[in-house]
Design a protein around this ligand. Sequence first.
Ligand code: ARG
Length: 459
Amino acid sequence: MGDKLWGGRFKSDTDKIVDNFNASIHFDKRLFKEDIVGSMAYCKMLGKQGIISKDEAATILNALKEIYGEIERGDFSFEDSKEDIHTHIEKALIEKIGSLGETIYTGRSRNDTIALDTRLYVKNSTIKIVNLIKKFQLSLIELAEKNQELTIPGYTHLQRAQPVLLAHHLMAYYEMLKRDRDRYSQALSRTNVLPLGSAALAGTTLNIDREFLSRELKLEGITANSMDAVSDRDFIVEFIFISALLMMHLSRLCEELIIWSTQEFEFIEISDSFATGSSIMPQKKNPDIPELIRGKTGRVYGNLISLLTTMKSLPLTYNKDMQEDKEPLFDTVDTVERSLTIFSMLLKEIDFKKDSLKKATEKGYLVATDLADYLVKKGTTFRKAHHLVGDIILTAKKKKKELHQLDLSELMRFSTLIEDDVYGWLDPVSSIKRRNISGGTGPEMVKKALTRAREELKS
Ligand code: ARG
């Protein structure tokens, strides 16, 4: 009935509302490149195997190229009645070259085809995102290098804890993103395999060359079980999970930028071109971009839960539920790509305010641990030293003084171990300098970390 691919066993047409509900074309048209690339490889293979003639294969290839161009130019019409991208392209092919077009699904189903298309799409998106992460990391390195001598309070519980180099703080995010990049690359090896040959679910009786297809499509191998190949979307779930983790990392930096740009902190100024104003309060300058990236993190988490929930308890093999994998996937790709792109640009537009950073690092007893270490070097146990410094801080607080503002006589009242050399331990810069341990905030280590990071990005 009608012109459905599967119309043979049906006596009446589907209702328009059913067509519309069933259709995925309004979102899966995004897969047209992957679908055509897959069909071209498949067509070459059919010709090579003698399932169609070489001439027939050439005719199909040409027509597929034409269709590719038409879709790319926006010269192609999409209709609900043709359900999805596979059907649209097959129908267009038949319109161009007649019944020869009917051969491209020989030994193949939409079930293994959609698995291929989404695998190729995830692969292409992964490559793009990995490059965007690299760009982002480079912007981080540049920002760290530009501000290499600046210090900032390191916080725990959002309370001033110990002084660190600002570059060290920024490079913490470099490391997080490095692991995200690794995760994307590792996941790619599981995604980058060929499901074609699985057909609907059981494989095909036709003499399909799967290895040829895998090579032709630059994949790393073939799937091992036809039922698994058309059933699972774990590669999409994994991609979205890694993206969620990446967004989580970005959201933490966003949060810090938002806090740092408050009047309460005043550590940074975001350039006018990356901030917005208020429609009522003339004085406002709002950090909308980091706020939006922080907010969009929620969307990606939602996409992850959405797909996990769709896949939960589905019996083998293909179920139409799985058509619902695409919107969360596409939305994730868009969100991650746009967030990374604008965030890299934003990083170049951040000015750190030297004076307030310096002031903040000097106030709040950030060198208390250094004073305890000093006492340990002079022979006390760390616990005793910790207690003693606590006492000193109580006194200093009462006198509204920082540790370095206490006289030697005042300090010596707490311990006879304290001598004139103590002042060398009470300034934030020397506190940082003393932490030249690998992975620490010491300037030499941070310099090394920056050099290593630049090297890593080259490879
Ligand atoms: N549009 C479908 C999807 O995205 C393609 C596979 C359809 N297969 C089928 N037997 N209806 O999942």
